[in-house]
Design a protein around this ligand. Sequence first.
Ligand code: HSE
Length: 407
Amino acid sequence: MVKVAVLGHGVVGSGVTELISKNKKSIENRAGQEIEVKYILDLRDFPDSPYQEKFTKDFDQILHDPEVSVVAEVMGGLSPAFDYVMALLKQGKSVVTSNKELVAAKGAELLAAAKAHNVNFFFEASVGGGIPIIRPMHQCLAANEISEVAGILNGTTNFILTKMIEEQMPFDDALHLAQELGYAERDPAADVEGQDACRKICILASLAFGQHIYPHTVHTEGIAKLTLDDVAYADSWGGVIKLIGRAKRLPGGRVTASVYPAFLNRHSQLAGINDVFNGILIRGDATGDVVFYGRGAGKFPTASAVVADIIDIIKSNCTCKSLSWKDSDGGNVEDYQAEVLRFYLKLSGISRAQAEEVLGQAEYLARAGQPDGELALVTDKMSEYALMEKLGRLGVQPLSMIRVLDY
Ligand code: HSE
């Protein structure tokens, strides 16, 4: 019998406890042992919960209970999650987490602590909700040199963009709906402003490239400034706008890593990923592109990944020492503005002839209701520095500027 504690009884935490109870038989068959959730840690009271006798508000009770060997941290946030997880690992307990903020900020340190104390620190649920991605990258793609990782990593913003594109639903209504459905973070700014996707690309890039990529080094833009005009121009160009997290290995070991909305061709493998679904593309030298697709948020999809980590720990009965990456000083990420890309621009106050003279070859776009004097175009490939210099010469600030990606 393995005794488990669950730290947090929110959307994901309650899903973990319910899933262990709902699929008890098959989960225990796969783990090879009986599993009991002995404790649920939460500061709130849940008088109607069927798990009444399991609740505690005292973390030390869990930390010092020798019967508890595996703990699921599903509280979110850095504090007190980091102190709790570190203390548990040092106490010889394995930890699984869905907490991307924790893994993105402290992954290298926690993995090193797990190794030092001969226990596991697993985080399958931290990226892509129910999509298997951490273990496939670490195990099934282990023979590859991974050169690039890119994806739609945030269900809430993908849900909002889908509603804007397909139903012309105003941004605020779509966000409200995503919150009601339990997709959004406690603070939805983390979704809308791109930080949640940033944390996830940090985790994927750290795993893919073997060195910690810190969130503060990753250029991050959200979707709050996107308008239905931009959506219409993307459509006339033959594509859609998606929030993309991406990281690429450069010669010499440095990487590029960024999160921003991007134009994607309608035929791109990532363009058809809608609603709360996530899609993650891994470019391996042996496999070529591999794309993972599924529900990236929500109670049971995320709980599925947490419980799978618990099962893996129980059945393997050993420590996975290869799941780790080196720490870094944060200086390993290249300047994103140096990357050569095409750009969508919405401009006003200049003529097409003036734009053509300075920007050179470009694809001009049209939309229904386009006012006189509004110019929309997709440039040829250039660095953002070169683009800024040209816009400076034109004397205009773009009303919209969105990068165009080729996936
Ligand atoms: N708020 C996150 C999302 C939850 O919408 O993708 C899953 O990490």
